[in-house]
Design a protein around this ligand. Structure first.
Ligand code: C5P
Length: 222
C-alpha cells in the first residue's frame, strides 16, 4: 500500500452528516450515510495516501488506515479541518447542516401544555468555500460534492464558481434514483472549462476513479 502513487501525500476528507443540537437529547441533521466519503478515503489509502478523515456521526464505520477525527457539529468540523492543514488535497464529502440552532438549550426542553418551542437558527460556516478561498496555505487541489435534485450540471457548475473549489463531483439525489443511502452513484466531475460524465457505478468504483484522478492531478503539479 505504502508504495502507491500517493505515498508521502497527505489528503483530508470530510464525510458524514453533522448534528446540530437543539437540546442535550435532540438535534437536526442532514440525511447522509457517509458511504461516499468513506469510500473515497478508503480508495485514497489504497493509493498510498496519508488520509485525515474528519467525520460527523455516520452510519458506516471509518475505513481502516485513516487518521479519524470525529466531530459532531459543523463548527467542530471546520475547526478540525483547519487544525489538520496543510494537505496536498482536500475532498469535502460531508453533508454539513446549513444551519445550527442558535437557541440550543443546555437542558432538555419540556412539553409545556401545548405551548410550542420556537427555534432560532444561525448560518453555519461553509467549510468548502472557506478552504477554497484561503489566500495562504490553500490545498493545491480542493474537491467538493454537489448533491442536487434538478438541473444538476447547471447548479453544480454555479456552485463550483461560487465556492471557488477546483472540482465538483455532482450527483442527482432525486428519490427515484435510489442514490441517497444506496450502494451506487452516477456522477459528473465538473472542472475549470469542462465536465466528465461517468456512468452509474458503485460508490466504491466512483471513489476509486476519483482517487486515481486526484493522484494524477497532484502528481502533475509536482
Ligand atoms: O452548498 P452545498 O451544501 O450544496 O455544497 C456542498 C459541498 O459543500 C460539499 O462538498 C460539502 O461537503 C460542502 N459544504 C461544506 N460546508 C458547509 C456546506 C457544504 O464544506 N457548511
Amino acid at each position: 500500500l505504502s508504495d502507491g502513487p500517493l505515498r508521502g501525500k497527505r489528503v483530508l476528507v470530510t464525510s458524514g452528516p453533522t448534528h446540530e443540537p437543539i437540546d442535550p437529547v435532540r438535534y437536526i441533521a442532514n440525511r447522509s450515510s457517509g458511504a461516499q466519503g468513506t469510500a473515497v478515503a478508503k480508495a485514497l489509502v489504497e493509493l498510498g495516501a496519508e488520509v485525515v478523515f474528519v467525520t460527523g456521526p455516520a452510519d458506516v464505520p471509518p475505513p481502516v488506515g485513516v487518521q479519524v477525527v470525529a466531530v459532531e457539529t459543523a463548527q467542530q468540523m471546520k475547526h478540525a479541518v483547519e487544525a489538520n492543514l496543510p494537505v496536498d488535497a482536500a475532498v469535502f464529502a460531508a453533508a454539513v447542516a446549513d444551519w445550527r440552532v442558535s437557541t440550543a438549550s443546555m437542558s432538555k426542553i419540556k412539553k409545556q401544555n401545548g405551548a410550542l418551542p420556537v427555534l432560532e437558527f444561525a448560518e453555519n460556516p461553509d467549510i468548502l468555500a472557506a478552504v477554497s478561498q484561503m489566500t495562504v496555505g490553500r490545498p493545491p487541489l480542493v474537491v467538493g460534492f454537489a448533491a442536487e435534485t434538478d438541473d444538476v450540471i447547471a447548479h453544480a457548475t454555479a456552485k463550483r464558481a461560487r465556492k471557488g473549489c477546483d472540482w465538483i463531483v455532482a450527483n442527482d439525489v432525486s428519490p427515484e434514483t435510489g442514490i441517497m443511502g444506496g450502494a451506487e452513484n452516477a456522477v459528473t466531475i465538473i472542472f475549470e472549462g469542462g465536465a466528465d460524465e461517468w456512468p452509474r457505478m458503485t460508490k466504491d468504483a466512483v471513489a476509486q476513479k476519483l482517487a486515481e484522478r486526484i493522484a494524477s492531478a497532484i502528481l502533475d503539479k509536482d
